[in-house]
Design a protein around this ligand. Structure first.
Ligand code: BEZ
Ligand code: FE
Length: 246
């Protein structure tokens, strides 16, 4: 048997054992099992499996397992989420994203790209970023938004970059799907704290996919997908009407 099949045998055996224990521990009835299967069938038909894995924080746990080693000595990784688009436009300095009249609180975001173990600046790094607008919608959810709105790729030099944008709004998992309905039934809200996504790459370093959150956010302690981590929270300071995060 190939090494790959052995791994499959091992995880399927373990999963089945855990599922049996779950049914026994919680005295799950035939009727409850049937309803669970109907739910999963609906999730599959609606293409909501990734959303369910997110809502159960499975994606975040798998991300932590995958990047456990690197996360010990660098900015922690964080899930990519469903809204990444490859081929966002390359930006020219001074870097800014969003429409010229983008609604929302103006934000100056200053980032530092450092070598994890030594803390030395990385000379040149490519930063691919994307975020929701001020009301929490990504461009691909909003038919009125220009293509690639609030997205872009920039070059960080000598370990720093500055980006002008607006403070993103809190994203809410759609309530009309099977996953949203389940969250409502179990009394959970569907919000994610405000965040900006980053994919950072540099020759000679491991790439990093992560998100940066803002201190004081209403949803930071109860992210609906359990992805917000303390090591990814940046301050948001009001400097004469402009919010600055660095
Ligand atoms: C997000 O990063 O915006 C996101 C991640 C997972 C599910 C939904 C949204
Ligand atoms: Fe997001």
């Amino acid at each position: 048997m190939s090494a790959r099949n052995q791994r499959l045998v091992k995880v399927v055996d373990a999963l089945v054992k855990d599922l049996h224990e779950f049914v026994l521990d919680h005295r799950v009835t035939e009727e409850e099992l049937r309803r669970a299967m109907d739910f999963l069938t609906e999730v599959g038909k609606n293409d909501e499996m990734p959303g369910l894995a997110d809502a159960f924080a499975m994606t975040t746990v798998a991300d932590n397992v995958t990047h456990e080693e690197a996360n010990r000595s660098a900015t922690p990784s964080n899930i990519e989420g469903p809204f990444y688009l490859a081929d966002a436009p390359s930006l020219s300095p001074p870097y800014r994203v969003g429409r010229p009249d983008e609604a929302g609180d103006p934000l100056v975001f200053r980032g530092r790209i450092l070598d994890g173990p030594s803390g030395r600046p990385v000379p040149t790094a490519l930063v691919d970023l994307w975020q929701a607008d001020a009301v929490g919608n990504y461009d691909i959810q909003d038919p009125g938004a220009p293509a690639f709105n609030l997205r872009g790729r920039l070059t960080a030099r000598d370990g720093t970059f500055e980006l002008r944008t607006v403070v993103p709004g809190a994203y809410e998992i759609p309530k009309n799907g099977a996953v949203g309905r389940l969250l409502k039934q179990i009394g959970r809200h569907a919000f994610r704290p405000r965040h900006i996504h980053f994919k950072i790459s540099a020759d000679g370093w491991q790439p990093l996919t992560t998100q940066i959150y803002f201190a004081g956010d209403q949803w930071i302690e109860s992210d609906s997908i359990g992805a917000a981590k303390p090591g990814l929270v940046a301050p948001l300071n009001d400097r004469e009407g402009v919010l600055v995060s660095e």
